[in-house]
Ligand binder design. Structure first.
Ligand code: ATP
Ligand code: MG
Length: 333
């Protein structure tokens, strides 16, 4: 039997290069060998966008387009809308008993995000508790493997704890998942900050035009001390080099550029021109497939609907086992 992958994204915007390199490439590669479910996490998106349901609604299509454009094959992988799987909400309620408030508050990912979003003590309970609903996402599908960016690893750890508690207290019906972090687990933003993120305004999107890519690359953080072409420049922490290391297929040439840059005599303009071309060669084909696909939104919704139906069957089977383990199977024979 094939092992199972569960992965997904919040429909709070289109997907960007961070998603691409941190998770999408892995998903496309692995979909042939694993039974794959890709969750468009609309319910989780609402935890910090509850006042903007239209934004979440609109981005369901955008995220699905991104998946299909990068090569997710809907005949193999099921694209699933989270909120259409009520079993996930059900599981979340039961898992809440297995997690303490202190444990949620200690989760480093959630802690960072609460700070970033400036929630303070006014954090919605739903947001604070999203690791619990994410554990429900993962376990509803009995996932073995969860391809995520590095920032999500503490959430996977918390899922494993929930699985262990559940299996110990009730019956061993849940599967312990493993997180799978790509070689580049965290792509920094164009501002040089820690992580490219939709809500951080520092992303290059898979649908960005060649002009926008060029403009964003021009604005990118390099070495603030590198003022004139002949000045020696820093390579470490220079986001343009970080991106070249990730996306430029000619590592040998990038190495030569680094040497020249450090010595002095290589300007940011030349470097950025190269990066613009490299990114266009990654994004260009994705963008044109995306434009093609976007012409028939009804077809995309058919794909999502069919994937969601497949997902529902899987989650319902897990839920039946969970109910039995928890002695909640009142009316079944
Ligand atoms: P938001 O700002 O709305 O939280 P996001 O850009 O962080 O959006 P998510 O939908 O929260 O995106 O993340 C979906 C998946 O993509 C997660 O597994 C996450 O770890 C991964 N991911 C997001 N940004 C990056 C990045 N810059 N580098 C690597 N992986 C990333
Ligand atoms: Mg995020």
């Amino acid at each position: 039997m094939k092992k199972i992958i569960l992965t997904g994204d919040r429909p709070t915007g289109q997907l960007h290069l961070g998603h691409y390199i941190g998770s999408l490439v892995n998903r496309v590669k692995l979909q042939n060998d694993y039974e794959t479910y890709i969750l468009i996490a609309d319910a989780q998106a609402l935890t910090d966008n509850y006042e903007h349901p239209e934004k979440v609604r609109q981005n369901i299509l955008e995220v699905a387009l991104d998946y299909l454009a990068v090569g997710i094959d809907p005949k193999i992988s099921a694209i699933v809308i989270q909120s259409m799987i009520p079993e996930i909400a059900e599981l979340t309620v039961y898992y809440m008993n297995l997690v303490t408030l202190a444990r949620l508050q200690r989760n480093p990912t959630v802690k960072t995000e609460i700070k970033q979003k400036k929630f303070g003590a006014s954090v919605p309970v739903g947001f604070l508790a999203y690791p619990i609903s994410q554990a429900a996402d993962i376990t509803a599908f009995k996932a073995d493997l969860v391809p995520v960016g590095e920032d999500q690893m503490p959430v996977i750890e918390q899922c494993v704890e929930i699985v262990r508690s559940f299996n110990r207290i009730y019956k061993p019906v849940l599967v312990e998942p493993k997180g799978l972090v790509a070689e580049v687990g965290r792509l920094p933003g164009i501002d040089g900050k820690d992580k490219m993120g939709k809500s951080l305004g520092n992303a290059i999107y898979l649908s960005d035009s060649a002009d926008i890519i060029a403009k964003k690359v021009k604005s990118m953080y390099t070495d603030p001390g590198h003022l004139r072409v002949e000045d020696p420049g820093k390579v470490e922490g220079n986001t343009v080099f970080t991106y070249l290391d990730v996306f430029d297929p000619r590592a040998d040439e990038v190495d030569k550029l680094k040497i020249k840059y450090k010595k002095g005599g290589l300007g940011d303009v030349v470097l950025k021109k190269r990066l613009t071309e490299v990114l266009e060669s990654v994004i260009g084909p994705v963008r044109s497939r995306r434009e093609q696909l976007a012409k028939d939104p009804a077809q995309i919704f058919r794909i999502i609907r069919e994937g969601t139906e497949r997902g529902r069957i899987k989650a319902a089977a897990t839920m039946a086992e969970v109910r039995q383990a928890m002695k909640l199977d009142y009316f079944s024979k």
